[in-house]
Write a protein that binds this ligand. Structure first.
Ligand code: SAH
Ligand code: DHB
Ligand code: MG
Length: 221
């Protein structure tokens, strides 16, 4: 199996099941034009996030890692009109692109973008009593995944869903000797999922237009 096939099959499913959408298309175009890295979830993954948020009946969502707001738009669209989504981004340029994309999607009223290192903005969000969130999506710098998981637990309730992107990293996740801090961050995160009695979790490998990676998903029990 090749990347070409994975991309072709992603295109097949996306053409069938994920109708092209002006606000989402614009978000990808403006992100690329501004030179943002292509780390956004793929369209069919974005729709998976929307479906998971809908299944969850999420009214409050926390996202760690906004980039250009692509996954933010998918997640915010699952919210009721009085729902809310807080998204955390450290890079001012990414935040600026995301703000414009979220506004263009008509979601500014639902979305609160906090600029800053997530390890600084998360304690503020806790101090403001913004939690608990119904769904938390962890998709920022992977070395900090263990810390983000601890914050996700603090900002959740029984029944909250915690989702993490990029837990396979082209298979590198099984290399315990890896010197890549992202791999080690993801490995430590996966071990915390396993040992934390407050969650019930699994992880799934994915292939597609973004290569070979995966999602972890946990419910707070
Ligand atoms: N969720 C996005 C992709 C996020 S890419 C989507 O699917 O569309 C990861 C993002 O996390 C980048 O924009 C990066 O700038 C941001 N990031 C990296 N380190 C961070 C930190 N310490 N705090 C907050 N955001 C961070
Ligand atoms: C990277 C980060 C992501 O969130 C992603 O989905 C893909 C790649 C990265 O840092 O390489
Ligand atoms: Mg990601």
């Amino acid at each position: 199996m090749t990347q070409e096939q994975w991309t072709a099959v992603d295109r097949y499913f996306t053409d069938l099941l994920v109708p092209s959408d002006p606000a989402l298309d614009t978000a990808l175009q403006t992100s690329a034009a501004a030179g943002l890295p292509p780390y956004n979830v793929s369209p069919n993954q974005g729709k998976l996030l929307l479906l998971l948020a809908q299944i969850q009946g999420a009214r409050s969502i926390l996202e760690i890692g906004t980039l250009g707001g692509y996954s933010t738009i998918w997640l915010a669209r699952a919210l009721p009109s009085d729902g809310r989504l807080i998204t955390l981004e450290a890079d001012p340029k990414h935040a600026e692109v995301a703000r414009a994309n979220i506004a263009h999607a008509g979601l500014s009223k639902l979305v609160d973008l906090r600029l800053g290192q997530a390890l600084s903005t998360l304690p503020q969000i806790a101090a403001e009593n913004q939690g608990p969130f119904d769904l938390i999506f962890i998709d920022a710098d992977k070395p900090n995944n263990p810390e983000y998981f601890a914050w996700a637990l603090k900002l959740s309730r029984r029944g909250s869903l915690i989702i993490a992107d990029n837990v396979v990293r082209n298979g590198a996740v099984i290399d315990s000797a890896s010197t890549d801090p992202s791999v080690q961050g993801v490995r430590r995160f996966n071990e915390l999922l396993a040992s934390e009695p407050r969650v019930n979790a699994t992880a799934i490998q994915t292939v597609g237009s973004k290569g070979y990676d995966g999602f972890a998903i946990a419910i707070v029990i």
